[in-house]
Design a protein around this ligand. Structure first.
Ligand SMILES: Cc1cc2nc3c(=O)[nH]c(=O)nc-3n(C[C@H](O)[C@H](O)[C@H](O)COP(=O)(O)OP(=O)(O)OC[C@H]3O[C@@H](n4cnc5c(N)ncnc54)[C@H](O)[C@@H]3O)c2cc1C
Length: 381
């Protein structure tokens, strides 16, 4: 498997998946047949995370091919991502607390043998070691495997979930503050209080098509205890009345600016922001940084082809800009942290319509969010 570095190729992958594999998605999606056979899920997450293609585009294309009923499972998964993002927007302290805890834990575990064995793929659990290598080689893991991996990390290797989330973030091409942090919290049992996800031998055996056998893991651990309950922060995601001739910032979560709700607006210039390890709290691997650079350059080239003035700059250059500017909202995560920590007050956020509409349903659990999915789909179809 190899992820591509352009929107044109990402769209082609989407079209191929809808044409050839979507029909069987709900039946086959839980199987991990290995990195050489990945067509039972879409593998679109690295592109969606970077906004190369967005959720509305995916859902609407899939609905052109199949009815909502035939597509329902896939649409739900696509919108899980929107749900996790909205959930975190309403409780941003989950992210800041995670980073703070990570700093302390990292210091305590820097020489811990179990931790070092885990990230080097040298445990006595064969499947886990293979997944460690796969993650570093392909920068992707199947969803079910992410769940097994996290469960083994937390409940068999007895390592803190925060370190596992950092390891994923470092290597995943789709690494995302919301889906990753909340995915790990969910497996640990602190996201849905008192309910953890426990991998079992039979489940791994069945859904890897018997690729792994005799897996000795802890199948009976209790959930981790949440130290804090997070209440909802009141936040507004209203767009300002957009003035013409102002600069727009585009971060690495929105790299198809010319297809967003703001495509028709006349901005003075588009600045595409790159964020390197010097300005990140969680360090990314070389592969991930290179992948981001490819996607950023692709966005820059596409804008230039449309004769839109665009320039790629490093995030720390923003400190030199004093005039009032707009930014496509970067969502809770490293880019937003940079703006906040450096108190860049001249930036006004503008929000995607799908987020503005959907995030109001993220105050409770996914079960509740799911009941609003037909409404969300109808609004944007
Ligand atoms: C511990 C853990 C960590 C994770 N970290 C990330 C992460 O950093 N970034 C990330 O994008 N996803 C993350 N996920 C969710 C999920 O594993 C990936 O989105 C999925 O594997 C992507 O593969 P796909 O594109 O083939 O998905 P498909 O099954 O084809 O689904 C289509 C799209 O729906 C979205 N989606 C599907 N499942 C989920 C899910 N469970 N949560 C959120 N969105 C979903 C993705 O955008 C995906 O591209 C994590 C899950 C777990 C359990």
């Amino acid at each position: 498997m190899k992820f591509k570095g352009s929107r044109a190729e990402a769209v082609e992958e989407l079209n191929q998946f809808i044409e050839n594999n979507l029909l069987e998605y709900s039946k086959l999606r839980n199987f991990d047949f290995g990195p050489q056979k990945r067509d039972n899920t879409s593998c679109l997450s690295p592109y969606v995370t970077h906004g190369l293609i967005d959720e509305v585009e995916i859902i609407n294309k899939s609905l052109k091919r199949f009815s909502f009923v035939k597509n329902e499972k896939f649409i739900q998964e696509v919108l899980w991502r929107v749900y996790w993002k909205g959930w975190l927007e309403l409780r941003p302290n989950v992210w800041t607390d995670y980073l703070r805890e990570l700093r302390d834990i990292k210091e305590n575990f820097k020489n811990n043998k179990d931790y070092l064995d885990a990230i080097e793929g040298k445990t006595n659990i064969e499947c886990f070691n293979e997944w460690v290598n796969e993650l570093q080689k392909f920068n992707y893991l199947h969803n079910h495997t992410r769940m097994w991996f996290a469960s083994i990390w937390i409940f068999t290797l007895n390592l803190p979930w925060q370190l596992g989330a950092e390891f994923f973030m470092k290597h995943l091409f789709d690494g995302d503050a919301a889906s990753n942090t909340l995915g790990w919290r969910w497996v640990a049992g602190v996201q849905t209080q008192g309910k953890n996800y426990l991998a079992t031998e039979w489940n791994i055996r069945k859904f890897t098509n018997n690729r792994f056998q005799n897996i000795k893991i802890n199948e009976e651990a209790a959930p981790k205890i949440a130290e804090k309950i997070y209440s909802i922060t009141e936040k507004s995601f209203t767009n300002p009345h957009l003035l013409e001739d102002k600069v727009l910032l585009v971060f690495d979560n929105n790299l198809s600016m010319e297809f967003t709700n703001f495509k028709g607006h006349n901005f003075k210039k588009i600045l595409i922001i790159s964020n390197t390890n010097e300005t990140r709290q969680v360090q990314l691997s070389e592969n991930v940084l290179n992948f981001k650079t490819l996607l950023i350059n692709d966005q820059s080239n596409r804008l230039k082809e449309k004769s839109i003035t665009a320039e790629v700059i490093k995030i720390d250059e923003l400190k030199n800009i004093k005039e009032p500017i707009y930014a496509l909202y970067p969502t809770v995560g490293e880019n937003l942290d940079y703006l906040r920590l450096n108190q860049l007050k001249n930036i006004e956020f503008i929000y995607r319509e799908i987020d503005q509409f959907s995030w109001q349903f993220c105050n409770k659990g996914f079960f509740n969010f799911k009941s609003h999915i037909p409404k969300i789909v109808t609004k944007f179809n």
